[in-house]
Design a protein around this ligand. Sequence first.
Ligand code: SF4
Length: 415
Amino acid sequence: MGHPQLPPIWTVTLPSHWATAPERMSVSALLQMESCPKRWSLSHADYSDLWGYDGYPPKPNLAALKGTIVHRALAKVVTALVSAGCCSILDVDAIAAIATAGGYTQIIDAATRQLLDETRRNPRSARAMHILRRKLTSHTPSIRHCVQTLLARLDLASVRAPRSRAPAGTTLERRPLGFGTHSEVHLYAPSLRWVGAADILSLSQGGCEMIDFKTGAPRPHHPFQIRVYALLWSRDPVLNPAARVADSLTLSYPTEETMVPPPTARGLELLAQELRERSIAARAAVAGECPQATPAPEECALCDVRQLCDEYWDTAPPLTRAPDYPHSVWMDVQVRLTRQTGLLQWEAVWEKPSTTPREAAVSVGWSRADAAAASNWRSGWRIRLLDVLLTPPEDGGSEPRVASGGMSEAFLVPD
Ligand code: SF4
C-alpha cells in the first residue's frame, strides 16, 4: 500500500493476481512474451485496486496515440470511399465522399477527441492530459499529411472489386466476407487459437490483397506480422469459408511501400507450425508468478512497467540525450529523500542506477504541474523517478540535479 495522501497509481504496486497466458495469441502478445516474459506478465496482470480496466495502466505515449488516430481516420475515410464506389482518392467522387464523412480535419478531430476521452480514464494520464491535448492538436496537420500520404497509395480497384456491391466498412461482424474492400478485418483461426487485425483486405473473384498501414519506421517484425495475417485469413472458417489465400501483401509506411511475398501453401503450413511451437514456449515462459525478466536497454526504455521491475533498477537504465539541454540527459533515477528545501525541492541521496556511488547527494526539483502529489512527499521516502532530466554537477562541485519534465513520473517504493 502507498501513502494515504498519495494517489494509489503513484506507488510501486505488484499485481493482486499475476496474468495467465491469453486464450488467443496475437503477434504483439507473442513478441512481447518472447522479448521479456516479466514485462508481458506485469502489463497484463490484475490491478483492480488501481483502476477498473485490465492490466497495468500504460504510460501515455504521443507517438502511439498519433498512430491510433491515423488508423482510425484511415478506417473512416476508406469506409466512406468504398461506400461511394470510389477506387482511390483521385476518383471524381472521392472529394464528395470524404466531405460527406466530415472532411479530413473533422474526422481527425473526432478521432483525437475520442482517443483523449479514452486516455482520460487512465490514472497515469491525469497530470499529462493538458500536454497530450495540446501536442495532439498541434500535430493535426502532420496526422492529416500522414493519412493523405497513405491514402494516396491506396488502389481500391487493384483487385477489380465490383464497385456497386462492395460491402464496405469495418469488419467487426463475423460473417463471410463478400467481394470488395474491407477495413479493420478481425481475423481468427480457431485451429491455431490466434487472432489478428488486417487494416485493409480487398477481395475479388481473381485476387485477395492485404494492406497493413504503419505510421512509424519499418521494423524487422512487420513482414512476419502481415504473413501471420495471411495465415489467419486462410484459416478463418467464418470470414473465409472457401479458405482462399492472400496473393498480395503490402506494408504501407508514410515514406515507402514494401511488398511482402505471400506465403505459398507449403509456407503457410510451416508458418502454422512455427506459431504453434512459439506459442507453447511463450505460454510456458509467462506461466506462474513473477516470470523471468530479460533486461535489454531498448526494450526497457519502452517498458510501461519498469517502475515495478527490480531487475531493471539493478541494471544501468538507458540515457537519452536532451537536445534542448546540452549538458543534461533524460533518464530514470531512484533516490531516497532526505530533506525538503522548498515546496517542490528536495535534497536526496542517489540509490540507483548504481553506476553513481551510493549515498551521493542529489537535489530533486519537481514540476508545479504535479504539485498536489509531490507536496505530499516525506523525508525518508524512496522514490523511482522516470524520464527526469539529470544535470551533472557544474564546475565547483555542487551535487547533480534532477528535474521533472512534462512526461516525468514519480513512484513511491514501499519499504
Ligand atoms: S523493465 Fe525491462 S526487464 Fe523489466 S519488465 Fe520491463 S522490459 Fe522486462
